[in-house]
Ligand binder design. Sequence first.
Ligand code: ATP
Ligand code: MG
Length: 451
Amino acid sequence: MPEKPEILIVDDQRALREELAYALGYEGYSCQEAANGEECLQAMGAGNISLVLLDIKMPGQDGLQVLAEINKSWPGLPVIMISGHGDIETAVVALKSGAYDFLPKPFDTDRVLVSVKNALAMGSLSSENKALRQELAASHRILGQSSAITEMRKVIERAAPTEAPVLILGENGTGKELVARQTHALSQRCSGPFVPLNCAAIPPELIESELFGHEKGAFTGATGMRRGHFESADGGTLLLDEIGDMALPAQAKLLRALQEKEITRVGGSKSIAVNVRVLAATNQDLKSMVEEKTFREDLYYRLHVIRIEVPALRERREDIEELALHFLLEVCRQNGLERRSLSKDGMGFLRSQPWPGNVRELKNLLEAAAILADAGEIDSAALRDIGSSSSKPSGGDFFALETLEEFRAAMEKEFIRRKLEENSGNIKRTAERISIQRSNLYKKLDRYGLK
Ligand SMILES: Nc1ncnc2c1ncn2[C@@H]1O[C@H](COP(=O)(O)OP(=O)(O)OP(=O)(O)O)[C@@H](O)[C@H]1O
Ligand SMILES: [Mg+2]
């Protein structure tokens, strides 16, 4: 809120405007005046008005019409209606259309002041909220200047504010979930929940209860009622990730939920209305799954109103530099590490790689490099080393791990295992070689089950 909130008083009677301006000015508010709807919208366009006091009965556009315009162009800006004897009913209509309050004439100064104070507090909350939402949208920013990504961003911007289902297609790690989050952040539903559900991670016999919830006693183990993801996403967006992995019986139930906009919990009998926008993502070729009859055609067409194809990283190599620098900066910032940079040949190396794991693979490599590479610029030799050693440890794939914490632990375990091997299992010598206390090494061996 600006230090001195600017209040716009709109009334065709000059004496009335002056009366209000005087009372509010006395309390330290700064006021502007407008004699009709046109002047009101003009003043609003010109300055940073925090609150409007708006007369209902005016020649020309009446208060309700002006209110509608304000709601449209300055959503969230508080408006208090001024009502005369005959128009209390209209004032109530105004409240229903989003006015904050109404003040009957003649004015009771105390009531005016209380209402103005509360409306301003509400208005500043709503603009803070807006700023927070914008910040959130920025944290899901989709980086890249290639024409493929620029095109994709345009489709997202056009599709996001609508209610249309969006099918997001792309290889692993291309940024499908990011696209879904951005679509939600730019939608009318942005203040509602965003709920992702990974259909591939759920055993087929549980998918229905994950989607729709269950009643107490619906099956063995259902010890209480549980809401499903559809209900959790009410008023917001549900992302059905890896939709290609959903079994046919669940597909049928999902289709019904989408058509009827209501669900029934497993083991329940009442229908529950849900207001959910559904986005779906997959790396599978749904169209050929439809032909092979492993994916329902009717469901496919219902999900596939708008289609967004996220391009593979190797098809937009010009984005690699921006992404790489961003990830490097982020990992250093998040871990309190000194800022690292990439050498020219390091960048050349990154640009030339095939990136089968796409952006996620690039991100993981840079995180590992920021932590593991020797001081100074990170060059191609370091990247090659880290890429080949870290992607193929004994027993697993580091890049299949989810969090940086897990990744770091797995790396540390692998490192210690190798050093122990090099020192023929001699703990004292290993501790000396890797410069840590012997007691500390014992603790780590214990933690990683290396003894
Ligand atoms: N264009 C981009 N700009 C910034 N970050 C990106 C971009 N694309 C992907 N990322 C980041 O890369 C990682 C992988 O993206 P995301 O999880 O959205 O991919 P995905 O396609 O859903 O992967 P998967 O198929 O494995 O589920 C995330 O950390 C995401 O923030
Ligand atoms: Mg994903």
